[in-house]
Design a protein around this ligand. Sequence first.
Ligand SMILES: Nc1ncnc2c1ncn2[C@@H]1O[C@H](COP(=O)(O)OP(=O)(O)OP(=O)(O)O)[C@@H](O)[C@H]1O
Ligand SMILES: [Mg+2]
Length: 280
Amino acid sequence: MDKDVILKFDNVYFTYDEETQDGIEPHWAVSGVSLDVHKGDFIAVLGHNGSGKSTLSKLSNAILIPDKGQVSVNGIPTTDEEQTMTIRQHVGMVFQNPDNQIVATVVEEDVAFGPENLGLAPEEIRKRVDDALKAVGMYDFREMEPHKLSGGQKQRIAIAGIIAMQPECIVLDESTAMLDPKGRKEVMSTIKSLHDDLGMAVVFITHNMDEAVMADKVVVMEKGKILLSGTPREVFMNVDEIRRVGLDVPQSTLLSMRLGLKDEVLTPVECAEAIINDWK
Ligand SMILES: Nc1ncnc2c1ncn2[C@@H]1O[C@H](COP(=O)(O)OP(=O)(O)OP(=O)(O)O)[C@@H](O)[C@H]1O
Ligand SMILES: [Mg+2]
């Protein structure tokens, strides 16, 4: 086994159908997906509504178990029920709605919830909570009541709760979708620093193409399958295919195409450069 692989999907199928009949294919929410998440990866997952992104994320830490194929975390298959807690410690999940993820009435107690369940010593818990709050830029808010915080701040608390468990990989399922632009920015820069500064592998599901271009690798899902995967540049140059499955390409890519610029453009800065190059 490749020792750098933290999370491995090996030809994974999952259906929500309760009864499956011999000879009749069920409705596969995830269908034949193989994907490796390595140490230090920064992966964006895109796909139209119902393409299987949330199902994929829940398969990653044993919230759901594959019907066929295997998901493993550091070599441990998610079917091993005795290891479920270990698996969730290695691969943490952050969901869409911050309000559904906060359990305590004080910020630092909320962040301490996970490490307390790991049975760690009080000093270790204290240190992890402080470090996690600092990592998401919320240390000064540690004694506040979570319900008084903005959406972006609450989501950063939810992220702190996960990083206090010190996972090697964090999976975020549209964790910026319910936030205003400021909250989105806060959360995206937090996610980026988990990757850049703490070396965590990050898998983030998003509908926002401008967030997706920040990733090192983009995976596009369609009807439960992986349709495209590669660097943002490789993926977003398939403009027709991306639009066929109901997605957009980044605004800068679109603008540069409309302007008939030759350079392959992903970001506003590249777009500006391409316009200047075109004038020369
Ligand atoms: N709890 C459930 N019960 C039955 N079917 C479900 C359930 N959750 C999802 N599905 C179905 O599984 C398929 C994949 O859904 P999933 O939620 O994984 O997609 P998604 O890409 O996360 O969509 P969205 O962008 O809307 O969040 C869809 O056909 C969906 O209808
Ligand atoms: Mg979803």
